[in-house]
Design a protein around this ligand. Structure first.
Ligand SMILES: *[C@@H]1O[C@H](CO)[C@@H](O)[C@H](O)[C@H]1NC(C)=O
Ligand SMILES: *[C@@H]1O[C@H](CO)[C@@H](O)[C@H](O)[C@H]1NC(C)=O
Length: 239
């Protein structure tokens, strides 16, 4: 159980060199300023990642730790199976089972992906191995279809990352309750779930544009007086 002051990166090599096959390593990291993108220079030094602060920063932190752990394991010809990944306010905890052997090491190493985040449209996609795209401009210009394609290419068991319903709420409109909204997204054909990383987060395979269009459809104008109330009630019925 690694629980050092701050980052655990300096202890990973020793831990993975010594652990037995099927042993379990638990890594607690309290360097939240670098993990949560408040000191990106330190993030780059310790985790080899260029990051910016995003709405899904906690999941990104957990994934950076997992990736760093997987690389340390691979250097000792070991792979990992992630048993638990948690990111709370003051720490990130990752627990993995160690799988000995070069084949397992290769399999874990091959799962590591580069993530591309567009600061303009806030979309995010994993790149396939060897897949290069002309980042910002292409995502921003053709966001809808281009991102949809990259996302369906990825088609992972669990859609990575999440959108915060609060962050994307529409000004002057009341949004639906989170559980209702999850139901509307499901009815629109998307996979959804909630996430411990953010109580307002929605994990889904919808693109941000699709997410926003469903959110808009089921939001109603904020009522300020009696006649406005009347309007929103009748709108809800037509919806
Ligand atoms: C981070 O690094 C850049 C150069 O890459 C430097 O200009 C900047 O001052 C650094 N920031 C801090 C807070 O050290
Ligand atoms: C009430 O709502 C109506 C329709 O939205 C608007 O025309 C009117 O000015 C509002 N009255 C007040 C007092 O805000």
């Amino acid at each position: 159980h690694l629980d050092p002051f701050g980052t655990a990166v300096n202890y990973l090599d020793a831990a993975f060199r010594n652990v037995r096959n099927l042993g379990i390593i638990s890594v607690t990291s309290t360097d939240t300023s670098s993990l949560y993108a408040k000191s990106p220079n330190v993030t780059l030094r310790h985790y080899g990642c260029h990051i910016v602060r995003t709405e899904y920063y906690k999941e990104l932190a957990a994934r950076m730790v997992v990736a760093t752990v997987a690389r340390a394991a691979a250097r000792c010809n070991k792979g990992i199976e992630v048993l638990l990944a948690v990111a709370l306010e003051h720490f990130v905890l990752v627990v993995v089972r160690v799988l000995r052997g070069p084949v397992q090491a290769d399999e874990s190493a091959k799962k590591l992906r580069k993530l591309m985040h567009c600061q303009w449209c806030e979309e995010r996609v994993f790149l396939k191995l060897g897949n290069m795209v002309d980042g910002k401009r292409k995502i921003a210009d053709e966001s809808g279809n281009f991102v949809k394609k990259l996302k369906s290419d990825a088609a992972l068991d669990h859609p990575p990352f999440y959108y915060s319903i609060h962050r994307h709420s529409i000004r002057g409109m009341n949004m639906p309750k989170l559980n209702k909204f999850l139901q509307y997204l499901t009815e629109a054909g998307f996979r959804v779930s909630r996430t411990h990383f953010d109580p307002t987060g929605v994990r889904t395979d919808a693109t941000l544009l699709q997410f926003k269009s469903v959110l808009t459809k089921y939001s109603v104008p904020t009522c300020t007086n009696a006649s406005a109330t009347q309007t929103s009630v009748s709108m809800e019925k037509t919806v």
